[in-house]
Ligand binder design. Sequence first.
Ligand code: ADP
Ligand code: MN
Ligand code: MN
Ligand code: MN
Length: 386
Amino acid sequence: MQTMAEEAKGPIEHNPKILSGPVLANSPNAFLSKSVLTRYNDLPIPKDNILATYIWIDGTGEHVRCKDRTVNFVPKTPKDLPIWNFDGSSTGQADRKNADTYLIPQAIYKDPFRRGNHILVMCDTYTYKMQPTESNHRIKCQEAYDQCKDEEPWFGIEQEYILLDADLRPFGWPPGGCPPPQGPYYCGVGANKVFARDLVEAHYRCCLYAGIPISGTNAEAMPSQWEFQVGPSLGVNGGDDLWVARYILHRLAEEFGVIVSFDPKPVKDWNGSGAHMNFSTKTMRAENGIEEIERAIDKLSKAHMKHIKVYDPRGGKDNERRLTGLHETASINDFSAGVANRGCSIRIPRSVAFEKRGYFEDRRPASNCDPYAVINALIRTCILNE
Ligand code: ADP
Ligand code: MN
Ligand code: MN
Ligand code: MN
């Protein structure tokens, strides 16, 4: 049997964004500190002290930040929790003179790290004048959803990502080169096909514990590339669920000593990472819903570029690297739709065509998209006819 290193084709052409800048990652000593931590994890703390991790999207529109606080009650709804603030000048969300930026709690999840009554709190962000910050797409998404609640729009997101080692190369790849070409890795089994399944398994369980409806997970086309599926979630909840699932993944990866990248095209000539958005409304799920699905696709065909602009955090620039027409994607410049066709912008699953009802898959969103922006665009184009 050939080993990966023998068969390796190198060198790798990385996305420079991943490799540029100083390499900053955990030292191997980080593992030592984890074993020390277990000595303190079961220290009793006052019963009414609830630790709340406030999570928000920073000024890049792509990365999450968090900070913790103690509250002395168990909140029933996000409104019970205090509004908080942070230094927006350190996150690209405010200038130094007016740095205070507000965090408004919007969704509560159980904390799989601390457990007990401790919680994760997804927040959105507001300027010192209480205006939504530029990267706050949640508010528009909430407003869109509020206008179409009768249609009960469901969103199921397939989040693809890759893991990087501390040197910021794809985790487990042979030194100086690439693994053998893609083919055996997708849904692969075996230590020469998939890496870090432990992390994936832990993430699956943490999300379910937290209250995030993960519907499945699988290894992807590139070694160390994985996918998990969230949903179907109702309206704006799809965004909350995905962002907190991303937070949990980053946070778990810290413990395993690897790094998560949601870059949509981490390595040239290999499959990129997407965030396929599966979407349905009450009408689409009802008998003969296929007609409504076809109407929605027709509307999307007329708004292609408008959607491309909000399907990654850089107005389409990130997706330009990924939506090439190769590697199971459609070209960024063309709109196409088809049954069971994974080279189209929109795919109608075979079972949906057969049953004449169900949902469709928008394959365009990049892995680093803001799901609030994608959900917002789909609701406004397909349901609200904007
Ligand atoms: P693929 O075949 O494209 O890899 P997956 O099985 O990975 O598909 O993902 C399917 C996604 O579709 C899941 O996130 C699931 O929650 C979602 N989904 C299933 N039914 C619906 C529906 N009626 N409306 C919206 N999303 C749905
Ligand atoms: Mn999938
Ligand atoms: Mn996939
Ligand atoms: Mn898919």
